[in-house]
Design a protein around this ligand. Structure first.
Ligand SMILES: C[S@@+](CC[C@H](N)C(=O)[O-])C[C@H]1O[C@@H](n2cnc3c(N)ncnc32)[C@H](O)[C@@H]1O
Length: 390
């Protein structure tokens, strides 16, 4: 699966490493498709009927299912597969680190987008103090001024992790989001676009492809991811700027952007930072601008079981802020940041990579409903997108 990384910063795994990656991807596909379906059926037919009352929420489902041997087997395999994701790419990344740094330096000299790092920036504890989703060193660990191995680990790991569901360039969320926006609001022509928590820029570059005249900027706190993002973008021939900054304190004046986007970002923040980020987005958006997030669907719009299922990552995958975010109501977060309540919208965008353009365009004509595969990395995934107009 790592063969999805095909640009100039691609690492060169051995055949044994590729076999380990393919095995890990297949194992994850099996756990997240087949075993997840069996576990749900088992809960509905064997565990729930014996409960004194229907579980009120995901926490109650978790308490009821925790002693079940099948749940334990599922969880053990899923945790093991998560650790195998990183183990299957680490050696190749470490071996290729000097070549990657040299290639990134050469790519940076080719012009195009700018990379702006801030060596004084304090990496926040939600990134620095934990190995987020068990990724060794998390996003920001670095061994020197030109180190980009955390970015390489993240991209190659994501390729294994997502077992083919994230599109050709691992950019399906950005591609699907931009496709939705262009179809739903063809009159909207953003000139300045900001992607928050962009990591290696997977979901940043689709915005430049969708709006070629726009100035596109991705920000992140993690310098090694941004170095990699910049080299990756240059290699793929897409001009985007990458800036090291904390999204809770954006280094731009008021009313600087037409579109502020994020993907898979908010659920990795403590609640106080989520609120600070929303306030900052409101501040830097121009009047008539758009805030758009791809995120996991909120607990208050899911069944108790589906809420439990998504919160699994909080309990077992080193994602301590996951549930705190998912327990929020997105419309309330927007309103609290000063967005007018009637500017709020949410929708479900089928994955472009899975369904294809014609099917997605047709689906966007109908009502958008959260279903069992919304925000869930499994076959037929659909993305939950929401936001507000300024
Ligand atoms: C799961 S990754 C998101 C990747 C990317 N948006 C995507 O969808 O492919 C979360 C990113 O948020 C970054 N991050 C966490 N806290 C941040 C903050 N306060 N400001 C900016 N970036 C932050 C992390 O360094 C990490 O790269």
């Amino acid at each position: 699966m790592t063969r999805l990384v095909t640009h100039d910063l691609a690492v060169r795994p051995t055949r044994d490493e590729l076999a380990a990656q393919d095995f890990t991807s297949s194992l994850r596909g099996h756990v997240l498709n087949h075993m997840a379906a069996t576990m749900k059926a088992r809960f509905e037919t064997e565990i729930a009927p014996r409960l004194p009352e229907p579980p009120a929420d995901g926490r109650a489902v978790h308490a009821a299912i925790r002693p079940d041997p099948y749940f334990r087997f599922y969880s053990a395999l899923r945790v093991g597969a998560q650790e195998m994701v990183w183990a299957s790419v680490n050696a190749a990344v470490d071996r290729d680190a000097p070549r990657l740094a040299e290639t990134a330096r050469a790519l940076a000299a080719t012009g195009g987008g700018q990379l702006t790092l801030d060596p004084t920036l304090q990496v926040p504890r939600n990134v620095a103090a934990i190995d987020v989703h068990h990724m060794p060193g998390s996003y920001a660990a670095e061994a020197g001024a030109d180190d980009l191995t955390a970015g390489a680990t993240y991209e190659n790991g994501l390729s294994v992790f997502s077992f083919g569901l994230m599109g050709r360039n691992l950019d399906d969320i950005g591609e699907s989001s931009a496709f939705w926006l262009r179809h739903r609001h063809p009159e909207f022509a953003p000139a300045a676009i900001l992607d928050l928590g962009c990591s290696v820029g997977h979901q940043t570059l689709p915005w430049k492809r969708a709006y070629p005249d726009a100035h596109v900027t991705g920000i992140d706190v993690a310098a090694p991811c941004l170095r990699y993002a910049h080299g990756r973008a240059q290699s793929l021939g897409v001009d985007a700027d990458f800036v090291q900054a904390n999204a809770t304190a954006l280094p731009w004046p008021d009313a600087s952007f037409d579109l502020v986007y994020s993907s898979m970002f908010l659920h990795e923040l403590p609640l106080k930072d989520i609120k600070a980020v929303f306030a900052e987005i409101r501040r830097v958006l121009k009047p008539g601008g758009l805030m758009l997030h791809y995120e996991l669907p909120p607990n208050n719009q899911l069944s108790a079981y589906d809420g439990f299922y998504l919160d699994w990552d909080c309990w077992y995958n080193n994602e301590p802020y996951y549930k705190g975010y998912r327990d929020q109501d997105p419309a309330t977060l927007c309103a609290e940041a000063g967005f007018a309540p009637d500017g709020y919208f949410q929708t479900v965008v089928p994955s472009l990579a899975w369904y294809g353009e014609a099917a997605v365009a047709a689906a966007l004509q109908g009502p958008a409903q959260i279903g069992g595969n919304t925000g869930r990395l499994a076959d037929g995934v659909q993305w939950f997108v929401y936001g507000s107009w300024a």
